[in-house]
Design a protein around this ligand. Structure first.
Ligand code: ADP
Length: 424
């Protein structure tokens, strides 16, 4: 059996890709798996990212899935374990960040870990324990209106406290901007005070490199994907461009978007403004008559015959609130994910071999519907969003370039530029 340096567990698919992307950029050869793998892996990988879809399921299920992933990683002798969640700390009062951290710590026999979603390249910084998204606090970033995990408190110590059995503390920016030794001293002090989980401030990549160094001896590291940039060096791995090369792209192009995040709303708007052909699914109509999905798919395939197509449910907070009031928030979320996944499957069956998916939960549903099991990670389009290459199993097995975009990621012209980058 192959042994790996870093064994990662990600709570959603786009998050897993984002993490894998950072590891590839730091020189690691990375395989991302969909769920806990049963097929054997490439013998020559440095890191495996097991992607789950555990962000918004019941906490006990999230714990069970994470422990199953950990078991597999332990069998592959992972030297360090990384639990990846969203850089906007998406969670509810019940979890699932806290309960999963608690379970992994117990299973790894450790009394201390870190928790920081900081990812400066994507505008996520943590200062005095407060999470900023770009220039604004988390709770002013649009995340306060998230369909499943509205984030209304930007103070991460406060957010994490009710979720974990461990005491939560802070290693602040003064240590992060000083040295790995200063951060380690912060760890030692918190540990002495009985703290089990340290939120760590980080304002730039240099802070993350120092943090990575300080985490070298921790059995478990938790965070967004940012902290990962400082870890490969602990395994004597240097940045290496070869790690990002994918096969040449071919086939038709399509976008499926179920994200209602602000960035995605702008991307959908820009795509339409630039003359792109977009088809909006109406969730209320579809819930009344699910057979209407076939008509939407037929319409999409018609467009696809001549140009790329965007199929979306992306909408404004006001319209989202209306749909959720009519159908229930969770039920609407599940239904929309399944409809979009079916659309994606039909598109791939019709010859789409370059597919962009917007939305973390949406991506999870699409990847499952496409029967993708492993993905090789290529070069990034925008921070946190790389193209990936894998095989879809849609009655037949077809090679596919797929990009899984977390809702708030990507520039405004992402839906056109993504394909230009791939063709270049
Ligand atoms: P993000 O990455 O922006 O958080 P996700 O795909 O993770 O995007 O989450 C968006 C959720 O909102 C999904 O569960 C999706 O099915 C749901 N959703 C998308 N569009 C609508 C809509 N028009 N009405 C109701 N729910 C929707």
């Amino acid at each position: 059996m192959t042994s790996i340096a870093l064994g990662c567990i990600a709570d959603d698919f786009t998050g897993a890709t984002d993490l894998a992307n950072n590891l590839v950029r730091a020189g690691m050869r990375v395989v991302q798996t969909v769920g806990v793998p049963d097929a054997p892996l490439d013998a020559s990988v440095d890191a495996v990212v097991v992607s789950l879809k555990s962000r918004t399921i019941a906490p006990n299920q999230a714990v069970a899935q994470s422990l199953a992933a950990l078991q597999w990683l332990k069998q592959h002798e992972a030297k360090q374990v990384y639990f990846k969640y969203c850089s906007t700390f998406d969670s509810t009062e019940q979890g699932n960040i806290g309960p999963v951290i608690d379970a992994l710590m117990a299973e790894l026999g450790t009394d201390f870990t870190v928790a920081t979603p900081a990812f400066p390249d994507a505008g996520r910084t943590v200062y005095r324990g407060y999470l900023f998204v770009g220039d604004v606090l988390l709770n002013e970033s649009g995340m306060q209106d998230h369909p499943l995990t509205p984030m209304r408190d930007p103070n991460l110590v406060r957010v994490l406290k009710p979720q974990t059995q461990h005491a939560v503390g802070l290693v602040d920016y003064r240590a992060s901007m000083d040295s790995a030794q200063a951060i380690e001293a912060g760890f030692a002090q918190l540990r002495g005070d009985g703290v089990g989980v340290a939120i760590v401030d980080a304002l730039n990549n240099e802070d993350l490199y120092r943090l990575g160094q300080a985490c070298a001896q921790l059995p478990l590291v938790t965070g967004g994907s940012g902290v990962a940039i400082g870890l490969p060096a602990n395994f004597a791995i240097e940045p290496n461009a070869e790690a990002a090369v994918l096969p040449a792209a071919s086939g038709k192009q399509a976008i499926v978007s179920g994200s209602c995040s602000r960035a995605t709303q702008a991307q959908v708007g820009a795509f339409i403004e630039q003359g792109g052909h977009a088809i909006a699914l109406d969730p209320v109509l579809l819930s009344q008559d699910p057979s209407k999905l076939d008509a939407y798919i037929a319409q999409a395939l018609d467009v696809l015959a001549t140009k790329p197509v965007l199929v979306y449910t992306t909408t404004t907070p006001e319209q989202l609130a209306h749909v959720q009031a009519t159908l229930g928030a969770m039920a609407a979320g599940d239904m929309v994910e399944q409809w979009l996944a079916q659309v994606a499957r039909a598109l791939v069956q019709a010859g789409v071999a370059q597919l962009v998916v917007a939305g973390g939960e949406t991506s999870g549903a699409v990847v499952q519907a496409l029967g993708i099991e492993q993905l090789r990670i290529g070069a990034q389009i925008d921070p946190g969003v790389p193209w990936c290459h894998g095989h879809a199993n849609v009655d037949t097995v077809v090679p596919l370039h797929i990009c899984l975009k977390s809702g708030n990621f990507g520039g405004v012209d992402f839906f056109t530029r993504a394909f230009e980058v791939l063709d270049a």
